[in-house]
Design a protein around this ligand. Structure first.
Ligand code: ADP
Ligand code: MG
Length: 353
């Protein structure tokens, strides 16, 4: 089995009822005037794939570094497996980090790169070799041990960086935009691959805390995600929760298309794929006019200006429509119809209009 050479997981869940691997309590971190992380509370359960999603500068990396111990919070507490580690150094925490730039040692072979953490921990040579061999198999690169990192492709280097962290069988694996340097196709392959690897090491029970600014990646991969905005968490939930029931306007706009309307004093959002667009402009629904059309191959995105104010984005699969048909519909009167149960009320963030 994949995990037999990895050390046995100490039975934390037997002693701590909650089985929360990572807990942040009122954690705050400032750099001069910049509040990078603003009193964040967070619980990641054992074995979860948990994602920190948010735009650039929203505090994701800082949060990850606080968990890893590369940063100390100004306020608040960091717990790992129920133990307060706030003042512990990184090497005293049972976590490993995979950085976006991989940070492989260029002068070392792949095998030595992967074995590095084990050597630091004085794991005997024979066991080291065995575990490196095993983990290279798990990431499906069994034969590259003797190469130097420069002799690998970007995707292969990414896997080696992952192997180097996984081989230590940390309780928590922290990944900071690990696929950010890869092109789209490779990134999508690696998303699937990462999930497979997580399943394969699930016996050891490694918890993944994953940082990305890519909403699709977050929705595809996560068990749960936290949406960050300006150092705060706006919502925590499963991908379906967050996508279908965005709690704030920011979440609605960042995880998908915002589509916020105000009608009769009510502020709500409705997802583009839940809207029916009647092209003849008659019948049921709200009247409006197509302001913009974007042809995206599989589907077309229409931006419709509504007569009663506001605008909505609608997507339609291109079942029969050609790109010319789609593009020629600009300026046409339409009616938009949606079901009440597909609308969700917005909280107003901090009294903003
Ligand atoms: P993200 O990873 O979501 O892009 P970061 O956590 O890197 O965001 O940054 C959050 C905020 O803190 C940003 O405004 C960033 O400029 C600032 N910041 C992060 N690290 C430092 C640092 N070492 N010194 C000063 N400001 C920093
Ligand atoms: Mg970052």
């Amino acid at each position: 089995m994949a995990t037999q050479t990895l050390p046995e997981r100490r039975s934390v869940s037997a002693t701590i009822p909650s089985a929360v691997d990572v807990r942040l309590l009122g954690v705050r971190k400032t750099y001069g005037d910049v509040v990078a992380v603003d009193r964040v509370d967070l619980e990641v359960e054992a074995g979860e794939f948990f994602t920190l999603l948010g735009p650039s500068g929203s505090g994701k990396t800082t949060t990850l570094r606080l968990i890893a111990g590369f940063e100390r919070p100004d306020e608040g507490r960091v717990e790992l497996s129920g133990v307060d580690v706030t003042s512990r150094a990184p090497y005293e925490r049972d976590v490993n980090t995979v950085f976006q730039d991989y940070a492989l040692f260029p002068h070392m072979t792949v095998a030595d790169n992967v074995a590095y953490g084990l050597r630091v921990k004085n794991v005997p040579r024979a066991e080291r070799r065995q575990r490196v061999h095993e983990i290279l198999r798990v990431i499906r690169l069994p034969d590259v041990g003797d190469r130097k990192p420069i002799q690998l492709s970007g995707g292969q280097r990414q896997r080696i960086a992952l192997a180097r962290a996984l081989v230590n069988a940390p309780k928590v694996l922290l990944l900071d935009e690990p696929l950010g340097a890869l092109d789209l196709k490779l990134r999508q392959e690696m998303q699937t691959e990462l999930k497979r690897i997580q399943r394969e090491v699930s016996e050891v029970g490694i918890t993944f805390v994953y940082v990305t600014h890519d909403q699709e990646e977050a929705l595809t991969m996560s068990d749960r995600l936290a949406v960050f905005n300006e150092g705060r968490i706006e919502q925590i939930g499963t991908p379906a929760d967050v996508y279908e029931h965005p709690a704030t306007e920011f979440v609605a706009g960042f995880v998908g298309v915002s589509n916020v309307l105000e009608r009769d004093g009510r502020r709500f959002t409705v997802r583009p794929e839940k809207i029916q667009m009647h092209l003849d402009g008659t019948g049921a629904g709200e009247p409006g006019r197509i302001r913009d059309v974007v042809y995206v191959g599989m589907f077309t995105r229409y931006v419709v200006e509504l007569d009663s104010g506001g605008e909505l984005t609608v997507v339609k699969q291109n079942l029969e429509t050609s790109s010319t048909d789609a593009l020629e519909s600009r300026g046409r009167p339409v009616r938009l119809e949606w079901r009440p149960e597909h609308t969700f009320d917005m909280e107003r963030p901090g009294g903003q209009a």
